[in-house]
Design a protein around this ligand. Structure first.
Ligand code: NAG
Length: 148
């Protein structure tokens, strides 16, 4: 009995570590990718809310979405998009089912290769399918990635 309780505690502790680690990976990815693409926190926050940067910075933003998707494992090296991983990474537990359904409709399998344009299309598709969910999660990730 004691043994089962200890095992249960161990499993719960491991599960919470796994969840935190996944989050930490996302924040690290967002930070690294923001830096590599020369995009300020302000620009990224605006992009969360549908105000995309222009010209050269829009290209940087497209490559930022690819950078993030690849670092967290949403997009493979070949450019395949993983809906389950999208749901696990981008939203909280309660929204996973809906996010996975959306991600399945936003895979853009006809766009070949792991390109910035494809990652951006995926990103914008998520935003269009449920804009409130996108905005809330994007802003939430931003505030946790760049604490005040
Ligand atoms: C970011 O800025 C640095 C320094 O100005 C530059 O060397 C680099 O090419 C820029 N990267 C992008 C993606 O624009």
């Amino acid at each position: 009995m004691k043994c089962v309780a200890a095992l249960l505690v161990a499993v719960l502790v491991l599960a919470s570590v796994a969840v935190e680690r996944a989050d930490a990976d996302v924040f690290a990815a967002l930070r690294d990718c923001a830096k590599n693409s020369n995009l300020s926190q302000d620009k990224l926050q605006k992009a969360c809310n549908g105000e995309l940067p222009k010209d050269e910075e829009l290209k940087n933003y497209q490559c930022y979405t690819k950078c993030v998707q690849q670092l967290v494992g949403i997009m493979s090296a070949e450019g395949a998009v993983d809906p389950v991983k999208s749901a696990q990474t981008l939203v909280d537990e309660k929204q996973r089912k809906e996010m996975e359904d959306i991600a399945k409709q936003c895979k853009f399998d006809d766009m070949k290769g792991a390109t910035c344009e494809k990652a951006f299309a995926v990103d914008q598709c998520y935003s269009e399918k449920n804009n409130v969910m996108y905005k809330n999660n994007c802003n939430d990730l931003m505030s946790k990635t760049f604490p005040a």
